[in-house]
Design a protein around this ligand. Structure first.
Ligand SMILES: NC(=O)c1ccc[n+]([C@@H]2O[C@H](COP(=O)([O-])OP(=O)(O)OC[C@H]3O[C@@H](n4cnc5c(N)ncnc54)[C@H](OP(=O)(O)O)[C@@H]3O)[C@@H](O)[C@H]2O)c1
Length: 251
């Protein structure tokens, strides 16, 4: 891959790889992916919504952290402008930002929740992909977009119908962008089931959740990093949704 010019806060410097952009990467899977790619020598740019102390560790690794809130179109557009100010090229975009809200019977709350998840899971990837396509095209070699969806799209959900619907929309966008951007940019999805628990998941929930997959483990972030490496390094895959779900569909 040829050298690419990447602008940091005050100056332009030459680096050997085009950056990987990961949304919603201050914590958990996105954070692990950011560290993973930084350790591979990629410049990494992430978005975060809420400032927190442990962003310092990412910044110390040289990861560029951009504040962004995708709750409305103005917030998404402001993020795209920030990205363009920081780099003139991209190796990959990983759409990881996500919002997991339960359905509500209260109409106003239900509408706000659905709108919020539509913004984060569908509108942000849609606008970012279109407007950052030139940045991807400005890098040489492989170029990728990865959409983080969810294995539950295959089944639906009694309690998170709006979440699942908007993740299903993201899977649909995967195929449309794959067709639209071929042959220059590969566009694929990863559909995880349980990867890591939330800190506040109790033992009853954990036991029940583990039994939902054939392999019955909490695999940890590494399985997503392996999947990202696989998609980015495989030059004959596009429009594919890769299930990373421990045999959940077998149960
Ligand atoms: N973890 C799992 O086991 C699992 C299972 C199935 C699917 N997935 C999918 O894999 C991906 C990563 O999962 P995760 O559990 O690591 O995600 P997560 O902890 O929920 O983190 C997602 C990030 O998205 C950001 N975000 C939420 N709303 C936003 C908004 N309006 N604007 C901008 N950013 C926003 C949050 O930023 P702040 O924290 O700064 O607010 C959060 O850090 C997600 O797409 C998820 O749906 C994960």
């Amino acid at each position: 891959m040829s050298d690419q010019a990447v602008m940091t806060d005050n100056k332009a410097e030459v680096v050997t790889k085009a950056p990987i952009l990961i949304t919603g990467a201050a914590q958990r899977l996105g954070r692990a992916a950011a560290i993973h790619f930084a350790r591979q020598g990629y410049p990494v740019i992430i978005s975060y919504r809420r400032e927190r102390d442990d962003l310092a560790e990412l910044r110390a690794l040289g990861i560029t952290t951009l504040q962004a809130d995708f709750s409305d179109v103005a917030g998404i557009q402001a993020f795209i402008e920030q990205v363009k100010q920081h780099t003139n090229c991209l190796r990959a975009i990983i759409h990881n930002a996500s919002c997991w809200l339960p359905d509500s019977k209260e109409p106003e709350q239900a509408a706000v929740g659905f709108q919020q998840m539509f913004q984060v899971h569908m509108m942000a990837p849609y606008l970012i992909n279109h407007q950052c396509q030139p940045l991807l095209m400005a890098s040489e070699g492989a170029r990728d977009i990865v959409h983080m969806t969810d294995a539950v799209v295959r089944k639906g959900s009694k309690k998170h119908g709006a979440y699942v619907a908007t993740k299903a929309g993201l899977e649909s966008l995967t195929q449309s962008f794959a067709a639209m951007f071929a042959p220059d940019i590969k566009v694929n999805g990863i559909a995880p089931a349980l990867i890591i628990f939330n800190d506040d998941d109790d033992e009853v929930y954990r036991t029940k959740a583990l039994k939902k997959s054939a392999l019955q483990i909490e695999p940890g972030e590494e399985v997503i990093n392996l999947s990202l490496d696989y998609l980015l390094n495989n030059h004959y895959l596009t429009g594919v949704i890769l299930p990373v779900e421990g045999g959940r569909s077998l149960i």
